[in-house]
Design a protein. Structure first.
Length: 287
């Protein structure tokens, strides 16, 4: 069992397991760091036999993954979030690799229902005209306290069938095209497993992360900018933006102690930010 493509990694220190979101039919791979061996996987419906017939929420390749040491209200001390090119987020038990719940963002952004348990978005949220769009979940990050997750992704307005997802990473995300198809950021409340707030964006979101010990959120995409958000309510829009030297960015790195941030993407530059999220300099590689 060899992965064909790994789109994101997440490490769980307590179990010494490494989880990888894969671009193949086996879904997410699980490695034992001590033995360097693959010890399991969180499958997709493309390979239902890989999980003993227990099923999966995903019908397409995985793009993002997050391991959560203490997952509230799931009867599991450890759980894993997976995000796919089918627009769904899966919540899995880290103990037995079984699916706990799932959220379909095609439905969230189009009709207002937020999970397989038929919970709903509060009535004060904006209505969406994207019921016929295809959605993918490209990035996730979990608040330091473990109760919230920020979700980011993209939408293909041209696709009239939300279930007819492409079997590859969407071209705007993969190639860094600044002609954005559109995207979204959303807040997922993990104890209740519902989406509390969301905001549609003109750009495709490639990466999201909490900063300042969870006090704020930063996102990057194919709009040549870093966007900063309120960590409790993204529906109000960005609180500020900072232009980047790269036309499209994919990676965010934030130091856990001093909050210094770096952003990188297309091209040979790295933008550096102070703990106050102010751009300080740009590193360039000489060619």
């Amino acid at each position: 069992m060899t992965p064909t493509e790994i789109n994101q990694l997440s490490y769980d220190a307590s179990s010494k397991k490494l989880y990888g979101a894969a671009g193949d039919s086996l879904g997410a791979y699980i490695w034992d760091i001590q033995t360097s061996q693959i010890v399991g996987n969180l499958g997709t419906n493309m390979n239902i036999a890989s999980r003993g017939g227990s099923g999966s929420c995903h019908s397409d390749y995985l793009l993002s993954i997050q391991s959560i040491p203490d997952c509230a209200n799931t009867n599991s001390s450890h759980c894993i979030l997976t995000g796919g090119s089918d627009g769904k987020v899966g919540i899995w038990s880290g103990k037995n690799q079984k699916l706990i719940d799932s959220i379909d963002f095609n439905t969230v952004l189009g009709k207002g229902s937020t999970s397989s348990s038929s919970s709903s978005i509060p009535s004060n949220h904006q209505s969406s005209s994207l019921s016929s769009s295809s959605t993918w979940v490209s990035s996730m990050d979990v608040h330091p306290e473990g109760n919230w997750a920020v979700i980011g992704g993209g939408m293909d307005h041209a696709n009239s069938n939300s279930n007819a997802m492409a079997s590859t990473f969407p071209s705007t995300v993969k190639q860094g095209n600044c002609d954005a198809l559109g995207g979204f950021t959303a807040m997922l409340h993990l104890p209740t497993r519902t989406v509390s707030t969301f905001k549609e964006t003109n750009e495709t979101i490639h990466n999201v992360a909490y900063h300042s010990n969870g006090a704020g959120i930063v996102s990057v995409g194919n709009d040549c900018a870093a966007s900063f958000w309120n960590s409790m309510d993204v529906s109000q829009g960005r609180t500020s933006r900072s232009w980047l030297s790269s036309p499209a960015s994919y990676s965010i790195g934030i130091h856990p102690e001093n909050d210094i941030m770096v952003v990188a993407g297309v091209g040979c530059t790295i933008d550096c930010f102070s703990p106050f999220m102010t751009k300080t300099c740009t590193l360039r590689r000489r060619i």
